[in-house]
Design a protein around this ligand. Structure first.
Ligand code: GTP
Length: 202
């Protein structure tokens, strides 16, 4: 089982439950220190326009914020954005917003952009961004109401108001892209970096 071989475990700068579960399931030891940044302010300062660039900038900003507090430690930041045509969506604030978002996405294809940044002492060690394309069924209002009743608050923790690995799968007719990218952490690319740099057994 590949283990995090360095003296000190990785720091994950994320409050995302699923990101922690993904790293733990892969046998990586890590410590969680969520980054509390003003995402809109970071985007404005960086002057990013598209969703993919925003994910990359935000992942780096989260990693930088925590790396500054743990000298010498590698810190992983992550961010995921959702785009559908000209529309950019974020995590819904309540059930009504989740319903509105899903009505806007049904019958259409949207993109999830998942970015990672690994930073130590202000130096970017690794970054990647991966995109997945998901096509939602044109489900009925009745189905949507039942889905949100079953999903409950979990729908508010994801940028698309769904967990693909859960009942969210019922929303889709087609999914193109890497499973871990959809969940918010492009694991295969990260593991390749860890192997190439001796952090885990190759
Ligand atoms: N479980 C699950 N989570 C998903 C899925 N799609 C998106 N997400 C989550 O949606 C969230 C996207 O918001 P982000 O701003 O990237 O991350 P966050 O949850 O706010 O956490 P931070 O990294 O602390 O910013 C992440 O937690 C993703 O893991 C999915 O299909 N399943």
């Amino acid at each position: 089982m590949p283990l995090w071989l360095s003296r000190q475990p990785l720091v994950l700068a994320s409050k995302s439950d699923i990101r922690g579960k993904i790293l733990a399931a892969a046998g990586l030891r890590f410590e969680i220190r969520p980054a509390h940044i003003d995402e809109r302010a970071v985007e404005a300062e960086a002057g990013v326009s598209d969703a993919a660039a925003a994910a990359r900038v935000l992942a780096r900003a989260k990693a930088d914020a925590i790396a500054a507090t743990v000298p010498g430690r590698p810190v992983l930041g992550a961010d995921q954005t959702l785009a559908c045509g000209d529309m950019r969506l974020s995590k819904p604030v309540d059930a009504a917003a989740a319903a509105e978002q899903l009505r806007a996405l049904r019958g259409r294809t949207h993109e999830l952009h998942s970015a990672l940044a690994l930073v130590r002492d202000g130096t970017l060690l690794f970054s990647c961004i991966e995109t997945a394309r998901l096509t939602m069924r044109d489900f009925s209002d009745r189905f949507l109401e039942e889905y949100l009743d079953m999903a409950g608050n979990a729908a508010l923790t994801s940028v698309g108001a769904y967990q693909l690995e859960g009942i969210g799968i019922h929303l889709f007719e087609k999914v193109e892209g890497d499973y871990f990218t959809i969940l918010g952490l492009p694991l295969l690319q990260f593991l390749e970096y860890l192997r190439e740099h001796g952090f885990v057994d190759g």
